[in-house]
Write a protein that binds this ligand. Structure first.
Ligand code: HEC
Length: 350
């Protein structure tokens, strides 16, 4: 098996482990508040700087009294950081008005030498991030102390953890939550930290998704390509629903050469680095978000391409069906005119 595929398989394995850990750690919802509430003594009040250039004290200004989800990333990361940010951005969207009121997200760079406040601001803008989500940089020394307090002790940048530390600084409950497994479960573990909300989430993720009217499409899977797409691509791309943080992939299998597509899905960073003209153009269109290199192998790329093509065929069938039912409606109501045009007949506007 090719190396990249093995890496992806290993990644999947880790994901499954992570999800099982979370299910396990999620434990009983009635867990008593812990007596030992960690505060500034533990988390420190070292100074960090926000993407707006404002200096903040880590515990007092960022964590105190809040329910928070903290992750580590760096803007020049070409693999998991942008995917985990995009997945957190989905939870952020679901939390809606709760963001900045009941829940706060915090992303801390592991590469403060490169990541100036301006770079953090551009990165956040790429994911439409606003109220309630703070991006932080600072001195190497302060960041190293803070990350170690939060259990991020990787020795190399690309080995850092891609999960979140979630906690309620008021009740002192702290846990880890994956952003690569079910996002509804991640959402649920954040909401569970709020004692006032607990009663509402006891029914489990499906009921929670229903009660919050959120779309759980990310948790469904059938086609092997679909499983990868939902986990690794859907937080940035849609198929036929318009631009998100990245191009809409509807008809991409028609628009691009198959070999190019395969290579781009596996190694977008290498293609951009080598100056591939299309990769360069796409990068210019989306300057603030990078297409991550997720270590996918040729089989994964083929499964994805076949899934994208199947999704296009489904879109075309829906289009055909709506055109036919429109024509049938017209005929039944005697509306047919020689020049009547069913919606989307030319395949545009999807
Ligand atoms: C973090 C966001 C993100 C994730 C996750 C992501 N992409 Fe992308 N993708 C992008 C961006 C941004 C571009 C535009 C090029 C650039 O700026 O790097 C892109 C471009 C593409 C293109 C070229 C589109 C075109 O019009 O030619 C394809 C194909 C693609 N991505 C497929 C995928 C697949 C398949 C996955 C999942 C395995 C995926 N992407 C995951 C952000 C993402």
């Amino acid at each position: 098996m090719p190396k990249a595929s093995t890496r992806w398989a290993a990644g999947l394995h880790t994901l499954i482990l992570l999800v099982s850990c979370i299910l396990f750690l999620g434990g009983p919802l009635t867990r008593p508040a812990q007596a030992d509430v960690r505060g500034a003594d533990y988390f420190t009040n070292l100074t960090l700087t926000t993407s707006e250039g404002k200096e903040v004290k880590f515990f007092d200004d960022v964590l105190k009294d809040h329910i928070v989800a903290v992750n580590f990333f760096y803007t020049s990361c070409t693999d998991l950081c942008s995917l985990s940010t995009a997945r957190m951005a989905q939870i952020y969207e679901w939390l809606g008005e709760r963001m900045g009121r009941d829940v706060f997200f915090v992303s801390i760079t592991l590469d403060p030498e490169t990541d100036t406040p301006e770079r953090l601001a551009r990165f956040a803008a790429g994911f439409d991030i606003g109220k309630g989500w703070t991006f932080l940089t600072g001195s190497r020394e302060n960041i190293d102390i803070i990350r170690s307090k939060l259990g991020e002790r990787a020795r190399a940048l690309n080995l850092h953890r891609s999960d979140m530390v979630i906690g309620n600084a008021r009740t002192g409950v702290w846990r880890r939550s994956s952003v690569m497994g079910s996002l509804v479960i991640a959402l649920q573990s954040i909401l569970e930290l709020d004692p006032d909300f607990q009663a509402g989430v006891q029914a489990g993720p499906t009921a929670l998704a229903g009660s919050l009217h959120i779309n759980t499409e990310y948790d469904l899977s059938a086609h092997p390509g679909e499983a990868i797409f939902l986990r690794a691509c859907a937080s940035c791309h849609t198929i036929g629903l318009g631009k998100k943080y990245a191009p809409d992939l509807a008809a991409v299998t028609v628009r691009r050469d198959q070999d190019w597509l395969r290579k781009f899905i596996m190694d977008p960073d290498l293609m951009l680095g080598a100056g591939d003209p299309m990769a360069v153009l796409l990068d210019q269109d989306y300057p603030d978000v990078v297409m991550p290199n997720l270590g996918l192998g040729p089989q994964d790329a083929d499964d994805l391409i076949s899934y994208l093509a199947a999704a296009d065929a489904r879109l075309a069938a829906v289009e055909q069906e709506s055109a036919e039912s429109y024509l049938a409606y017209e005929a039944a109501h005697g509306l047919s005119e020689a020049d009547s045009t069913p919606a989307h007949q030319d395949g545009s506007e999807w």
